[in-house]
Design a protein around this ligand. Structure first.
Ligand SMILES: [Fe+2]
Length: 287
């Protein structure tokens, strides 16, 4: 099994391609669509890089896996599906809760489905599935959002999305609608920290704390010993207090509203209006 990372410097997001060199079977986790909010222009730098990589290695893309509905970048799942029509999009089954929440917040049309049908596959907790020769287990790691999953591949590497970051950065925020710090504590302690200690951890973001260079891979052993927010010995009360205090200080991500509207629809933009153009909404908070 080989793992190639792609780093989006604008949103500090890590995208991973996991593949088997022999069989050429591959999956991608959390691909990014570059989006210029000010101009409304979609840019496909990363999509191009992924396409080149797949072509260079002659890979067969089986799944486009989302760890959750991201609030800070747009997924390129829909663009990748155009290039790889046989690839299936997959996300946790609790996407339905997230769709209901944001359908209400954005006052989406009645026709917007909240049963997850925009995705090809809705994953159960602990569901094991295969991408050719790759074995993938969906591990429920809710807390940052209700539908967060981590993906354990070939029992060797776990891709934790926004649940667990590098030890020196900690954990994902829990203040988005449906987020829950106590739930994240339980997800990390009961799910991730029970994996074998030599399991490699690949994180969903790296914010380069203190100006250090990019890091994106640790181990369960290192996280349990050194995670600044949640070493294995920390109590739920301590963690929840820390998380809630810290979350009050965090600004809304720049791409919050575009990301949510596009990502709950598996990367598809809203239907065009009668002039042929698509629009995104910003809910105003007027005082
Ligand atoms: Fe996120």
């Amino acid at each position: 099994m080989k793992i190639q990372h792609f780093f989006d410097e604008v949103t500090n997001t890590l995208t991973y391609v996991i593949y088997d060199e022999k069989s050429k079977d591959a999956v991608v986790i959390d691909p990014v669509l570059n989006f210029n909010y000010a101009s409304g222009e979609v840019e496909i730098h990363q999509v191009k890089s992924l396409l080149e990589f797949f072509q260079m290695h002659h890979l067969i893309l089986h799944f486009i896996l989302e760890t959750h509905v991201h609030a800070d970048h747009l997924t390129s799942a829909a663009y990748l599906k155009k290039e790889f029509p046989l690839a299936k999009t997959a996300i946790g089954k609790r996407i339905t809760e997230v769709q209901k929440t944001f359908k209400s917040i954005f006052n989406l049309p009645k026709t917007f489905a909240t049963d997850g049908r925009q995705f090809d596959k809705l994953l159960d907790d602990d569901e094991i599935f295969h991408a050719g020769s790759l074995k993938i287990q969906a591990i429920q790691t809710a807390g940052h959002t209700p539908c967060c999953l981590s993906y354990l591949i070939n029992d060797q590497a776990v891709f934790t999305g926004d649940a667990l970051f590098m030890p020196d950065y900690g954990t994902g925020r829990c203040d988005f609608p449906g987020g829950d710090a106590a739930h994240l504590y339980r997800s990390i302690q009961d799910q991730l920290y029970r994996l074998p200690e030599n399991t490699k951890v690949y994180v969903g973001h790296d914010y380069l704390p203190g100006g250090r260079s990019l890091l994106f891979q640790s181990t369960i052993e290192e996280e349990k010993a050194n995670n600044v927010h949640l070493p294995a010995k920390s109590s739920e009360t301590e963690f929840v207090a820390m998380r809630q205090t810290r979350d009050k200080t965090l600004a809304a991500p720049k791409l919050l509203y575009p990301s949510l509207q596009v990502n709950i629809a598996a990367g598809n933009f809203p239907d065009p209006e009668d002039n042929g153009l698509s629009y995104l909404k910003v809910p105003l908070k007027l005082s």
